[in-house]
Design a protein around this ligand. Structure first.
Ligand SMILES: [Zn+2]
Length: 197
């Protein structure tokens, strides 16, 4: 079981959930909740599409959702930036600004998932380019980023990133932690229903 799922269960347990009553066996005090359980509960939860996809990525390790999640996160980051009154990084170059927000969104996802998925291989650990397939140079799909790497990933100068966008990026990470809150609340409610029925 992945660490994220264990953490999810620990958080839900802290909210007073009883897994054994919910029909999930507990071994050595650690309740079991399969990826299918989580995916099923997320699918029925009344949460935003991006929270749903994010939940699948984080708690069931379903990496097929990344492309759609990237797009939705890009939109969400742009909306958040507008609300904060942040100017686009490249006024007069819409395409570049859009790419910046796409990349920023991906950094947010990586950080929230807590696995710093490698951008080269999309977290698979295997690099594919045309007919070439080789093990990626990252640590099995994970690659924590330094500030200079973050700046490069978003295609802005290091100084621009360090003095302006790093703080905003952290505000985005904070903002989108609401996905985890949405997910935990929805799953807790779902398990509560199990216990009542
Ligand atoms: Zn990689």
């Amino acid at each position: 079981m992945n660490m994220n799922r264990l953490n999810l269960m620990a958080m839900m347990t802290a909210k007073g959930m009883d897994y054994e009553k919910a029909g999930k066996g507990a071994i050595g005090g650690i309740p079991t909740l399969t990826a299918q359980d989580v995916a099923g509960a997320l699918g029925m939860a009344d949460i935003s599409r991006e929270a749903y996809l994010y939940g699948l990525l984080k708690y069931t390790e379903d990496k097929t959702v990344i492309h759609e999640l990237d797009k939705l996160t890009q939109q969400a980051v742009i909306l958040f930036a507008l609300k904060q009154g942040w100017k686009e990084p490249f006024p007069g170059d819409k395409k570049r600004s859009l790419f910046f927000f796409l990349q920023l969104g991906r950094l947010v996802i990586n950080e929230l998932v807590g696995e710093n998925l490698c951008g080269t291989c999309d977290g698979t650990g295997v690099y594919r380019h045309k007919k070439l397939t080789r093990k990626c140079s990252c640590d099995n799909g994970r690659r924590p980023m330094r500030k200079a790497e973050q700046a490069k990933f978003c295609s802005v100068h290091y100084n621009t990133w360090n003095t302006k966008w790093l703080e905003r990026y952290n505000a985005c990470v904070n903002e989108f932690q609401k996905w985890d809150v949405e997910i935990i609340n929805a799953l807790s409610k779902k398990l509560n229903d199990f216990q009542i029925n």
